[in-house]
Design a protein around this ligand. Structure first.
Ligand code: KG4
Ligand code: ZN
Length: 338
């Protein structure tokens, strides 16, 4: 079954063609990052307009690159929640048009479910149940993936998402938006013990996380150095910050893994590209003798392939939308509304 998958929840327009949920025929992405960089963050109105301009040519290109015709498409999967509402609506309306014109099923896909499914593409042997840590720009979630379409949240952040925190700290250090990847690179040359930064704890909830204290402490370190006219060791601050984020994520994830009794951990979302976090999980999971699934960097950030992968399993579970499909800015991962 060939699914055309459409993603437009934030600042990447993506159209992918995925066969049977695991085999990517093509994954075309038009990134708007350079444009939003001028403003230091995503401007929703600009994002919607750029999706409008990009989506049709991108779909044509996807077919061309995959060497298939429109008639070979068996279904259309689309991200319909959560995300920027105007941006989501572009993808949803385009998907409705394609599904109607071709007379094929329209499959609504939750963006975070898609991030988790990126692991099915990267690791053909991975099947639920497993634990997944989702770390993106807007979400930090410990998810019990009981089945392809059955999820239970075991822990989450009480304040900022990990990616949001990376981007804010990077911005104050003068790195261009989104600064997570630049901060990661900079951290390689630093001493991760130079700056003592706090690891947030949420009392009474062992699997929940907090990043706002770490964010404030890091920003205070930068501002204090500026006020005193001291030179900041930027690389070491990046390394110390990355270490503190990792020390928040790793123990809680291991705690959740132990609680579920699973031997399989997957990581997903843009922040899963972070080299420090990847390395720390690799050594910890190896020590435990469990299995770690890490998508390659191109499948960590937003892409269409992950929507095609999850779309296939949603289809098998009988999920279909009609021409009344709407988009939603927020939606819990377990919700079936559309
Ligand atoms: O999953 P994603 O592409 O979009 C959302 O659904 O939010 O995640 C984007 C986030 C941004 O905050 C970005 O700075 C962060 O992922 N990110 C990183 C790295 N690469 C991307 N954060 C830390 N280290 C990285 N290497
Ligand atoms: Zn995302």
């Amino acid at each position: 079954m060939i699914i055309m998958a459409i993603e437009s929840s934030c600042d990447e327009t993506a159209v992918s063609l995925v066969e049977n949920g695991r085999h990517v025929l093509t994954d075309c992405i038009a990134s708007q990052v350079e444009l939003h960089r001028l403003y230091g963050g995503v401007v929703p109105e600009i994002a919607s307009r750029k999706h409008m301009e990009a989506i049709f040519p991108l779909a044509e290109e996807a077919l061309k690159r995959a060497g298939i015709t429109r008639e070979q498409i068996d279904g259309v999967a689309v991200t319909y929640a959560p995300g920027l509402i105007g941006a989501l609506l572009v993808g949803v309306n385009f998907a409705k048009g394609v599904a109607q014109a071709l007379g094929v099923p329209l499959i609504p896909v939750h963006h975070i479910r898609g991030h988790i499914a990126a692991n099915y593409i990267a690791c053909p042997e991975l099947e639920p149940p497993f634990l997944c840590l989702v770390v993106s720009g807007g979400h930090t979630l410990l998810v019990d993936v009981r089945d392809y379409t059955e999820f239970r949240i075991l822990g989450t952040t009480r304040d900022d998402a990990a990616g949001e925190c990376f981007d804010k700290v990077a911005r104050v250090m003068g790195m261009p938006y989104p600064g997570g990847a630049a901060l990661d690179k900079m951290a390689h040359d630093g001493d991760d013990t130079k700056y003592a930064l706090p690891v947030g704890h949420v009392t009474g909830s062992e699997l929940d996380m907090s990043f706002s204290g770490l964010k404030t402490a890091t920003l205070n370190t930068i501002h204090n150095a500026q006020q005193r006219g001291e030179t900041l060791d930027v690389a070491s601050l990046c390394a110390s910050f990355s270490r503190a984020v990792s020390r928040t994520l790793v123990p809680r994830t291991i705690g959740a893994l132990e609680r579920t009794g699973y031997q399989k951990l997957a990581i997903a979302g843009g922040v899963a590209a972070n080299s420090r976090i990847r390395a720390d999980f690799e050594s910890e999971i190896e020590r435990m003798g469990a299995q770690l699934f890490l998508p390659p960097l191109n499948l960590c950030g937003d892409n269409g392939a992950m929507i095609g992968a999850q779309g296939y399993y949603e289809y098998l579970a009988g999920r279909r939308a009609d021409q009344t499909l709407n988009a939603f800015a927020t939606m819990p991962i377990g919700d079936l509304k559309y």
